[in-house]
Design a protein around this ligand. Structure first.
Ligand SMILES: Nc1ncnc2c1ncn2[C@@H]1O[C@H](COP(=O)(O)OP(=O)(O)OP(=O)(O)O)[C@@H](O)[C@H]1O
Ligand SMILES: [Mg+2]
Length: 495
């Protein structure tokens, strides 16, 4: 888009020359000799204004102030003849970006214009930035919110890049980024740490003469991370920009906080649903057992009489009742989970076993399985039966997502400093839409014709009862990554 420049000068000759020159430089020029026309010009969004100092009846400084009242950050270059430098300096003190002396020296004109525009680029539009922050609040998935924060920061400031860091187990982890990838993360991370430490936005030198600005993301009691923006050398952020970034990061923090709150509410509702489900399951168990018995009887009788057609029907009834029985049993187990029986569990062996089981349950074709086990993993103190249930559900989901073939990766890792075991189950299958991702843990939520919608809820519940955490990242069409973190030294038992 062409930049819009306003030129106001009561000397027609100068006005025409300037307009021509600026048009030749590629600008969209509005030139007028009349200050009133300048102010009336379409409640205007200009990128730059060139205003003559000496005009009647309004002088240039007054006109500049009137323009600033309408468009606070508009850079104004005051034009002045040699004899009036002092007034020009005063104009700068009153808010002009710089002054130009007449007659114009082409290089000076060009240099000052491009400097004024570069500064403006840093924060293109205050209102836009604020609006973006507000629209973030409703996404519902933390990872998506962070992506949106990074992207919005880049869009609104024309920074080279933006990264959102989050504090995880005492370490700063880049959770989302936008713009060009950074040549190195250290400086950005150090900026994030400094901002979190100080609790206010900080500025430091970036790569290649650029600037790094970091603002803390204050989520609950203290900073949970930081939004870090890096600009190129040509665009130096000022006080105003820092304030703006602080505002934006507080919007972002609010969005993150809301999202966590929503997740918490969801899991509360889930627990209530779970209790209800157990009761329903309990009520259904006996009549279902009766039905199953009758169906079997019927099958046997029909078999004895050799009534093949009816026998087939009875078989279908029995199979359906069996399926229902399975669902009810799982529901009951979900609502009233058994106490954990912890013993040392070798994760790699357990995963191998689950991979085989998952393949038997969902054979698929053309699925490449990659195992990346960390040999340093110590045995987990866990309930192998429960953990098997969780892993199996995840692996079956992954294989179901790989209907058209693809890669299933299963990895483990041991972090001695935090004494945490990590299991990653990743597929490059169909992935989830935002809506599906937000609801994947809801009881009975399924997108599959034969699905029950319990697998993810069971997996998370098992991991959480082990004192761990289960997180999902997914994109429609790209795949899904589930990460389980298990503390090695979790307390015995579990809730
Ligand atoms: N790896 C994955 N790839 C894509 N979508 C997934 C993946 N894992 C889960 N989902 C989505 O989450 C939904 C819920 O999964 P969940 O395992 O709870 O239930 P389900 O697989 O539909 O049924 P079941 O109870 O039989 O496991 C799925 O229907 C699917 O839409
Ligand atoms: Mg499933």
């Amino acid at each position: 888009m062409r930049r819009r420049v306003l030129v106001v000068d009561d000397d027609r000759a100068i006005l025409d020359v300037l307009a021509m020159r600026l048009e030749a430089m590629g600008f969209d020029v509005t030139a007028t000799a009349d200050p009133a026309t300048a102010l009336a010009a379409e409640a205007g969004r200009f990128d730059l204004a060139l205003v003559d100092l000496r005009m009647d009846p309004v002088n240039g400084v007054e006109l500049m102030e009137a323009l600033h009242a309408r468009q606070g950050r508009l850079p104004v270059l005051i034009m002045t003849a040699h004899g009036t430098i002092e007034t020009a300096v005063e104009a700068v003190q009153r808010g002009a970006f710089d002054y130009l002396t007449k007659p114009f020296v082409p290089d000076e004109l060009r240099a000052k214009i491009s400097r004024a525009l570069a500064t403006r680029r840093w924060t293109r539009d205050r209102e836009r930035l604020q609006a973006l922050g507000q629209t973030l609040a409703s996404t519902g998935v933390v990872a998506r919110v962070l992506d949106a924060v990074a992207q919005a920061a880049v869009d609104a400031t024309e920074a080279e890049r933006a990264v959102v860091f989050q504090l995880e187990h005492g370490r700063l982890v880049p959770m989302a980024s936008a713009g060009t990838p950074p040549p190195a993360w250290d400086a950005l991370e150090a900026g994030a740490a400094a901002a979190m430490d100080k609790g206010v936005p900080v500025t430091r030198a970036g790569a290649d003469g650029g600037t790094i600005v970091a603002a803390p993301l204050v989520v609950q009691r203290g900073p949970a991370g930081a939004l870090v923006v890096e600009t190129a050398a040509r665009a130096v952020p000022d006080e105003d920009d820092l304030e703006l970034l602080a505002l934006f990061s507080s919007q972002a923090a609010l969005a993150v906080r809301n999202t966590y709150e929503l997740e918490r509410l969801r899991s509360g509702a889930l627990a209530a649903l779970g209790r209800m489900a157990t009761e329903v399951a309990h009520e259904l168990k006996n009549p279902l057992a009766g039905l199953r018995l009758y169906a079997r009887h019927l099958e046997q009788r029909l078999a004895r009489r050799g009534e093949a057609e009816d026998l087939e029907l009875a078989g279908k009834i029995a199979a359906t009742v069996d399926h229902l029985g399975g669902v009810v049993a799982e529901l009951g187990a979900f609502g009233r989970p058994p106490e954990l029986q912890r013993a040392p569990v070798a994760l790699a062996a357990l995963l191998d076993e689950c991979l085989d089981l998952a393949q038997a349950r969902q054979p698929g074709a053309g699925i490449e399985v990659v195992r990346a086990y960390d040999a340093a993993c110590p045995a987990a103190r866990a309930d192998a039966r429960e953990l098997r249930k969780a892993l199996l559900n995840l692996l079956v989901n992954a294989r179901e997502a790989l209907v058209a073939g693809g890669r299933l990766t299963v990895a483990t890792a041991w972090a001695p400093d935090t004494r945490t075991l990590t299991v990653r189950v990743e597929d490059d299958g169909v992935g989830m839409s935002e809506e599906t991702l937000a609801r994947a843990f809801d009881l009975f939520f399924t997108t599959k014709p034969e699905g029950t919608g319990l697998g993810m809820a069971i997996a998370r519940s098992v991991v959480e009862r082990h004192g761990g955490a289960l997180a999902v990242q997914s994109r429609a069409g790209q795949g899904t990554r589930v990460v389980i973190r298990l503390p090695l030294d979790a307390g015995e038992g579990g809730a």
